[in-house]
Structures are given as structure tokens and as C-alpha cells.
Ligand binder design. Structure first.
Ligand SMILES: Nc1nc2c(ncn2[C@@H]2O[C@H](COP(=O)(O)OP(=O)(O)OP(=O)(O)O)[C@@H](O)[C@H]2O)c(=O)[nH]1
Ligand SMILES: [Mg+2]
Length: 297
């Protein structure tokens, strides 16, 4: 039946930093996932819902595929696996400015899955057409349902992507209400926005060891939310960097996070941040559980 409602779950996978979360946000039209130019920004799987009168596409963003070196890394890779369970289609992203053997291996493995798999060549706004042709050549023998050049950032190619996906989705129900954009609770979104600002301003090994725990969210009036959060880091030296000279770095992170959280919650926010040293928290079961990186459902 040509007019049947279509729906389905579509996982977004690929190496770290290729633009998976940027793509999710562009498709949803709102920021539901944090984005940074540091690899391993996304640590958990999360959903973004895209609706129309004819369809509902539920995109599942996943952490970048990498070799885990910590318990947190194991959790992230498990989130990738779980993100690919029960899906109707899969999109594999590569960054056209940085295609390596890891991308080839992932593309090869994913292209053989028994469901529609699309390869997205992302960040085409950064390369010349000649270079794009060379990259298409690398993947063209692999059994993808389609290979599409896109820019998650500018939106180029996303209409074609939606059409290609729609033509491959089954008839199905509306899984989520029209106004639901993501499965992430406000508390998690707030913690993520704080982490995003920390990633933006910190470098070297500091970003990887950052975790954010929301301790308390308390509505003080109709128009004011008070939020207390801890920023975890792994060493005293990292703590000094995060706090910065006379507290300048922490106050910058706090200010930027507060602006985003205010627009998310639609009210004024009083954001109180503390920095805590938690040596090796990425290998501590208790800390991972506190931060929501828990393998048990
Ligand atoms: N120029 C350009 N930059 C992009 C594009 N898509 C993503 N980026 C940038 O690439 C970086 C990584 O983007 P993310 O969306 O965080 O990548 P990711 O694949 O989710 O990364 P992980 O969560 O670490 O696996 C950010 O700096 C984005 O702004 C694009 O189409 N063009
Ligand atoms: Mg991401």
C-alpha cells in the first residue's frame, strides 16, 4: 500500500569523530547529542526521533568504534553493539578528510549485515570533488545499499539520505509521540552539555578523563532552576587545569553550559560546579554506575 505509515530504527555507526552526533542533530533539527572535535565524545547510545505525516525514523547515535582500554571503553563498545540490535537499517559514517584502514574494516564488516546498510561519506564541505571520487573508489565494491556523500554540518545530501532511508523502511507504527525528540532525560542532557563545554576548552589527555555527575536539580521558582554538579577528573594536575587561573576556566565552562541549559529548560539557571579528583574512575564500577555508564539495564 503506497500510503501506509512507515517507521523504523536506524543506527548510526563509525569511528570516533566522523560526525555521527552532528548528523543526528541535523536530522532531528535540535541538539540532542553533544558534539566536539575530540574523539570519543559520545559515550552512550541515544535516540533522536524524526517525524513527518508519513513516517517516523528513530535514529540511534552510538559511541565511536575503537579498541577499548578501560571499563568505560568496554561500556562504550557494548553500547555500539546494543545500538545495532533490533534495527531496520544501518548508516555507516566515514570522514572523507581522514579515511583510514579502520574505516575500511568497519565499512567492510557492516556492509555484509543482512539489512539495508548505507555508507555516508561525511564532511564533503571540506574536500574537492576529485578527492571525493577517489574516496568513493575505495568503497564502491562493497555491498552497500547506497553510498551517499553528505555534510552533516551544512545539511548537504540529507534530503537524499531521508528519501533513501524512507524507501527502505517497513510499514510500521509511530513508536514515540510527535513531540518527543530524544530518549535522554533532562538530567542527562544537562550533564552532557557541561561535559561538552569541558571538552571544548580542555586538551591532551584531560578530556578523556572528564565525567559529570548532576548532584541536584532544584526548582527555586517558576523561572529558576538551581543545579549542582561535580566534574570528575583523574589527577590533581587535571583539576588545576580545569579550574584554571583564578577559576577562569571553570567559570568559562560554567557560563557556556548555563547558557545552553537555560535554553534547554526554558528558564534561568544557577549552575554550581565543583571539580573532584577520582583516580582511575574509568575503571571503577561504582563511579561508572554513578555517571550512568552501567552495563546492566
Ligand atoms: N566541516 C565539517 N565538520 C563536521 C561535519 N560533521 C561533523 N563535523 C565536525 O567533526 C567533529 C566531530 O563531530 P561529532 O559529531 O562529535 O563526531 P562523532 O562521530 O559523534 O564523534 P564521537 O562521538 O567521538 O564518536 C566536530 O568538530 C564537528 O563539528 C561536516 O559535515 N563538516
Ligand atoms: Mg558522537
Amino acid at each position: 500500500m503506497p500510503n501506509e505509515f512507515k517507521s523504523g530504527f536506524i543506527a548510526i555507526v563509525g569511528r570516533p569523530n566522523v560526525g555521527k552526533s552532528t548528523l543526528l542533530n541535523s536530522l532531528v533539527g535540535e541538539k540532542v547529542a553533544i558534539v566536539s572535535n575530540r574523539p570519543q565524545t559520545t559515550r552512550n547510545r541515544l535516540m533522536g526521533v524524526v517525524c513527518d505525516e508519513k513516517y517516523q525514523m528513530v535514529f540511534v547515535d552510538t559511541p565511536g568504534i575503537h579498541k577499548p582500554r578501560t571499563q568505560l571503553g568496554n561500556f562504550m563498545m557494548q553500547a555500539v553493539q546494543e545500538g545495532m540490535e533490533g534495527i531496520d537499517a544501518l548508516v555507516v559514517l566515514v570522514d572523507v578528510t581522514a579515511v583510514g584502514p579502520g574505516d575500511r574494516q568497519i565499512a567492510e564488516d557492516m556492509s555484509r549485515k543482512k539489512l539495508p546498510v548505507l555508507l555516508l561519506l561525511n564532511k564533503i564541505d571540506l574536500v574537492q570533488p576529485q578527492e571525493l571520487l577517489r574516496i568513493i573508489d575505495i568503497f564502491k565494491e562493497m555491498p552497500f545499499a547506497a553510498i551517499l556523500p553528505i555534510s552533516a554540518k551544512t545539511g548537504e545530501g540529507l534530503d537524499t539520505l531521508r528519501k533513501e532511508l524512507l524507501s527502505r523502511l517497513p510499514a510500521g507504527p509511530k513508536y514515540f509521540p510527535d513531540d518527543m525528540l530524544t530518549d535522554q532525560p533532562e538530567r542527562v542532557l544537562c550533564a552532557e552539555l557541561i561535559r561538552e563545554k569541558a571538552l571544548r576548552h580542555l586538551r591532551d589527555e584531560v578530556p578523556h578523563g572528564i565525567g559529570v555527575e548532576i548532584l541536584r536539580m532544584e526548582k527555586k521558582s517558576d523561572n529558576l532552576m538551581e543545579i549542582h554538579a561535580d566534574i570528575y577528573c583523574e589527577k590533581d594536575s587535571h583539576k588545576s587545569i580545569i579550574i584554571g587561573k583564578h577559576g577562569a576556566m571553570l567559570s568559562l565552562i560554567g557560563k557556556e553550559a548555563r547558557i545552553d541549559i537555560e535554553s534547554l529548560l526554558g528558564m534561568r539557571v544557577n549552575l554550581q560546579l565543583w571539580v573532584k579528583v577520582r583516580p582511575d574512575w574509568r575503571n571503577s564500577k561504582a563511579d561508572l554506575r554513578t555517571l550512568g555508564y552501567d552495563n546492566r539495564e
